[in-house]
Design a protein around this ligand. Structure first.
Ligand code: FEC
Length: 310
């Protein structure tokens, strides 16, 4: 009887309580303790979105639904796991658990569609380190990117259409689609990181499905590290759009798949506030979260990675 194949979902991680914010932030910064002001500022943002974000719950809900779908198709054949980059359950905590369960082979998928050495590459590094520390390392198939997956593009396109319908009739047709993804330090360009090109390609593919002649791409959530980050930043860009005469925007933060701080705060609070200040209407698309349509996308991706075995 063959052991099950592991399906390893990797996500960012989120503090469980306001007390976790400092060690969480320290982990994100590679072990360097942030200043008390920076911690207080971040803690306040978490407080304002309700004390914690649903990122962990949503990731586990995706895992449960995916498990149910895989069990329905191939009972006992697959076992779904979750590991986080910056908080519990850390990737390094989950890897030994997978091995203890007798699983020998895993397919790893980061719940972020576009590749950067700094984002997806970072997940991979944590995974490779934890795996290398096992007496008998797992055989890992790592899905590095999936922004070009047709199911993913269709899902985002559908969410854009859905958001458009919620606009007042006079703004519905003219609303401009504004894609956004997490910014990264500009130095990624010096190593020819594919991230900016993947974002553009992916946005353009989604726009083509919708027959859009005009759409825009910007960055959000840049860090305050003292070095330049990729731009334009969404808050500045909304001003530019306003100056162009744009009255309504459909915000598509397609670099993320779930409701979390960068969506609930950076878009729903900061970008919304900026839009209101400018007299613009902004509607954000619903995130894929743990919705059935997103689980369908994941099943298709895994099927492609596993060949006929699924
Ligand atoms: O809801 C939550 O609790 C977690 C929300 C969250 C997501 C997320 C995704 C990405 N990040 C990426 C890169 C960086 C880099 C730095 C950085 C800093 C933070 C801080 C918080 C935070 N990130 Fe994050 N990120 C999330 C949360 N991120 C909180 C702390 C700074 C602050 O917000 O003021 C800078 C590190 C440094 O300071 O040296 C770089 C990338 C993604 C998208 C890919 C992915 O989802 O994995 C890239 C969600």
């Amino acid at each position: 009887h063959a052991p099950p194949t592991g399906i390893f979902l990797l996500a960012y991680g989120t503090p469980e309580s306001l007390d976790d914010v400092e060690p969480y932030f320290t982990h994100i910064r590679g072990g360097r303790t942030p200043s008390p002001e920076a911690v207080a500022n971040l803690r306040e943002r978490y407080r304002l979105v309700g004390g914690r974000t649903p990122l962990k719950d949503l990731t586990f809900a995706v895992a449960d639904r995916l498990q149910a779908r895989l069990d329905a198709q191939s009972p006992g054949r697959y076992r779904v796991y979750v590991g986080m980059k910056h908080w519990h359950p850390f990737i390094a905590e989950t890897v030994p658990r997978i091995a203890r369960d007798g699983v020998r082979e895993v397919v790893a998928l980061v719940l972020a569609p576009h590749y950067s050495r700094m984002s997806v590459g970072g997940y991979r590094k944590y995974l490779d380190e934890a795996n290398g520390a096992l007496p008998q390392p797992l055989q890992v198939t790592f899905i590095e990117r999936w922004h070009d997956d047709p199911g993913f593009r269709r899902l985002i396109a559908d969410r854009i259409t859905e958001a458009r319908v919620t606009l007042p009739p006079d703004l519905r047709n003219e609303a401009l689609v504004l894609f956004s993804a997490h910014s990264l330090p500009e130095r990624i360009l010096s190593w020819n990181d594919p991230y900016p090109d993947e974002l553009r390609e992916s946005a353009s593919g989604i726009a083509a499905l919708l027959g859009l002649t005009d759409w825009r791409l910007c960055y959000q959530s840049a860090g305050m590290t003292g070095e330049p980050w990729l731009g334009p930043d969404i808050l500045d860009y909304l001003e530019e759009l306003h100056n162009e005469g744009v009255r309504a925007v459909i915000s598509a933060p397609f670099g993320f798949v779930a409701d979390h701080l960068e969506v609930l705060w950076d878009i729903d609070h900061e970008a919304q506030e900026k839009a209101a200040e400018l007299g613009m209407t902004l509607r954000r698309i619903r995130m894929p979260n743990a919705d059935d349509e997103f689980v369908d996308v994941l099943v298709a991706l895994l099927r492609a990675a596993l060949g006929k075995r699924l």
